[in-house]
Design a protein around this ligand. Structure first.
Ligand SMILES: Cc1cc2nc3c(=O)[nH]c(=O)nc-3n(C[C@H](O)[C@H](O)[C@H](O)COP(=O)(O)OP(=O)(O)OC[C@H]3O[C@@H](n4cnc5c(N)ncnc54)[C@H](O)[C@@H]3O)c2cc1C
Length: 500
């Protein structure tokens, strides 16, 4: 059959949920994925006896059955919740500095405030005021952005209007004088891939609020289990999926989607496409440039690409306690510079005093790795562009050197790790570029600078009739936003089809 109601291009989070929602509503849907497994970033790979998680560190928006977050409600409506087993992570994060300083922030708000006040007694009042501000701010955001209060105004939501567009570092500077405390409270900016100097406070406040209110989670089987569950639901609702088969061309006729040509040169007729691929690739490579409105071409050129990542995946032949790893989520820091110096560090391949995130899933889920072993995913943010400038003959040397520097930084905090390595794999920005097909290996789509933040996002629509976007490129990045984006794109198409 060569005609479908909708073709979804890409089986990342957004593509999968879009496809599943459309099939659940009885539409005839084809899902095309260039890779051989579903998930995009939300995937895993095997080395030896380990299955390594690629991307998911802390899932947001889930909550509990009694107090559900938006993501839980949507996964339930999609009919996949019962196929998943979630594991709550009890800490927000642990911070380990090279000079020996340690602190663990728990998901319980009062506990976190108390532990911070204990370590930074000279900032006691400011800590309380800052957490009060984040709570107030988050409540304003929920009223205006989720419940869309039609009477929203500066007078009604003074906190939102005052702080929304300020950068996170400016707010931290307003409240605190201690550089270490500011650094500790800025670390979630890494989850958006943007230094605190350029990240709208809205994101930092909402991340803290989300994780304290609805708690961070991981999954039994990792993010691949989630991707598989959504794919299975799609297939059981009658959807068709083709793997190892990307979209090569989108055919547009008089401003309307007409067909898709696959990598196998199969031409599929359709009037609706959900692209889970970047707008850069969709408009520049898949669609004939003559069919792309000039304003759209200008808009995609005017935005910055996000950072990529450099990651070590390490399988250890021992339990975490033998390595002194006690928390699931650990930020390793060796500087308190949270200025634009972070951006400079992200812009060179070498790893020196970069912030790093080490996740050891076995702490919250002792069955995550085979018995008697554990694994760590150590990641730091790096732009792809400097990696592309490395001559191919030097690539492996640079990759090895960076992996070695990263391992040395990990050893400063956990001195026994090297003796227990059983498997190790390294991913550079070029790995992400190859596996995801994203320009410069950008793992967070467009950079979430204040000017491109949630207040100004282009949305899921395209001026080309029948073309919709799902995923991190046209909204916020991260698991929760991208999973929900696919459902929202699907609902838009369902509404259009209903209207027709
Ligand atoms: C190292 C790393 C760590 C991360 N950590 C976290 C975290 O802790 N918490 C969090 O919330 N988020 C995290 N993220 C971000 C999160 O994983 C992403 O925001 C999210 O998974 C992106 O989903 P997406 O829908 O945009 O699709 P993507 O994952 O970008 O997938 C796009 C898919 O499209 C396919 N494709 C591309 N071109 C074509 C084509 N022409 N035809 C067919 N298929 C095509 C690709 O193969 C891919 O499968 C991390 C990401 C990475 C890489």
């Amino acid at each position: 059959m060569n005609a479908f109601d909708v073709v979804v291009i890409g089986a990342g989070n957004g593509g999968l949920t879009a496809a599943a929602k459309l099939a659940q509503k009885g539409l005839n849907v084809l899902l095309l994925e260039r890779h051989n497994v579903p998930g995009g970033c939300a995937t895993s790979f095997c080395r030896g006896r380990f299955e390594f998680e690629v991307a998911l560190h802390q899932l947001s928006g889930l909550g509990t059955a009694e107090k559900p977050g938006l993501l839980r409600m949507e996964l339930e409506q999609l009919g996949v919740l019962q196929d998943l087993e979630f594991v709550e992570i009890s800490d927000l994060y642990h911070v380990a500095a090279s000079d020996g300083f340690r602190i663990t922030l728990k998901t319980d708000r009062a506990e976190t405030i108390a532990v911070l006040q204990d370590k930074f007694p000279h900032q006691k009042d400011a800590i309380q005021r800052y957490f009060d501000l984040m709570a107030r701010y988050a409540n304003d955001m929920i009223s205006t952005f989720i419940f869309r209060d039609p009477e929203a105004s500066r007078d009604k939501y003074p906190c939102l209007y005052k702080y929304a567009l300020q950068n996170s570092k400016a707010i931290l500077d307003e409240f605190f004088s201690d550089p270490l405390l500011k650094t500790i409270l800025s670390l979630y900016s890494g989850y958006l891939g943007v230094p605190p100097t350029r990240l709208a406070f809205a994101y930092l406040a909402m991340l803290f609020f989300q994780y304290m209110e609805f708690k961070p989670y991981h999954l039994k089987g990792g993010s691949q289990a989630l991707s598989n569950a959504i794919l299975n639901k799609f297939l059981s609702d009658g959807g068709t999926a083709r793997f190892n088969c990307g979209a090569k061309k989108i055919i547009v006729d008089k401003g309307q989607i007409n067909a898709v040509v696959t990598d196998d040169d199969d031409e599929i007729t359709t009037n609706y496409i959900v692209s889970n691929v970047s707008p850069v690739a969709t408009y520049n490579h898949l669609i004939d440039p003559a069919q792309v409105p000039a304003a759209t071409s200008v808009e995609i050129k005017g935005r910055n690409l996000s950072t990529s990542a450099f990651t070590l995946f390490i399988g250890f032949d021992c339990e975490p306690d033998q390595l002194d790893i006690t928390e699931t989520t650990n930020f390793l820091i060796s500087t308190t510079d949270i200025s634009d110096g972070i951006r400079d560090r992200m812009n060179r391949p070498d790893i020196q005093d970069d912030f790093m995130l080490l996740s050891c899933y076995d702490i919250s889920d002792p069955e995550f790795s085979p018995p008697g072993t554990c694994q760590a995913n150590v990641v730091t943010l790096k732009y792809g562009e400097p990696w592309l400038r490395i001559p191919p003959r030097r690539y492996h040397d640079v990759k090895f050197r960076c992996a070695e520097s990263m391992l040395k930084r990990v050893e400063e905090i956990y001195p026994r790790v090297r003796d227990h390595i059983e498997e190790i794999e390294v991913a550079t920005p070029l790995t992400h570029m190859r596996s995801l097909g994203h320009p410069f290996g950008a793992i967070y789509g467009y950079e979430t600078l204040t000017k491109d933040s949630l207040f100004f996002q282009p949305g899921r629509y395209s001026p080309i009739q029948g073309l919709f976007f799902a995923g991190g490129w046209t909204g916020d990045q991260g698991f929760e936003p991208t999973l929900r984006s696919g459902i929202s794109a699907a609902k838009s198409i369902i509404r259009r089809l209903g209207a027709e």
